[in-house]
Design a protein around this ligand. Structure first.
Ligand code: AMP
Ligand code: ZN
Length: 112
């Protein structure tokens, strides 16, 4: 399958991994838009947030259970933004669910 994030998980593409366990991987974004910008993804392929269901929803709590730990390890002091883009109109470009974690500067609201 042509999924770039599945290739990162299987190490067919190299990435700058900052956390990994049996179920999830966190790695630095290739094109950061903030001083800290990493992505957290499940190892199982889920196309987008719109595909979360009873069968796979456990992985979302795995991801959110680890984000504070990763952020603490990076010394982010509880100051960060978590973003999920779902669908083309919302800015999703990679069709493997991922949560952006951004930090190190101020962020506006509403997002552009
Ligand atoms: P989105 O636009 O929400 O789908 O986010 C996709 C993100 O994946 C973008 O911020 C890209 O910079 C990032 N990205 C794409 N390919 C890679 C890669 N090989 N390694 C790290 N980040 C990537
Ligand atoms: Zn995938």
């Amino acid at each position: 399958m042509g999924c770039v994030f599945c290739k990162i998980i299987s190490k067919k593409i190299s990435s700058d991994v900052i956390y990994e366990d049996d179920n999830i991987v966190a790695f630095n974004d290739l094109s950061p838009v903030a001083p800290v910008h990493f992505l957290v993804i499940p190892k199982i392929h889920i196309s987008s947030a719109d595909e979360i269901c009873d069968e796979n929803k456990y992985i979302i709590s795995e991801i959110f259970g680890h984000i504070p730990l990763i952020c603490r390890n990076l010394g982010l002091n509880g100051e960060y933004r978590i973003v999920n883009n779902c669908g083309k109109m919302a800015g999703q470009t990679v069709n493997h669910i991922h949560f952006h974690v951004l930090s190190g500067r101020e962020f506006g609201w509403p997002p552009g």
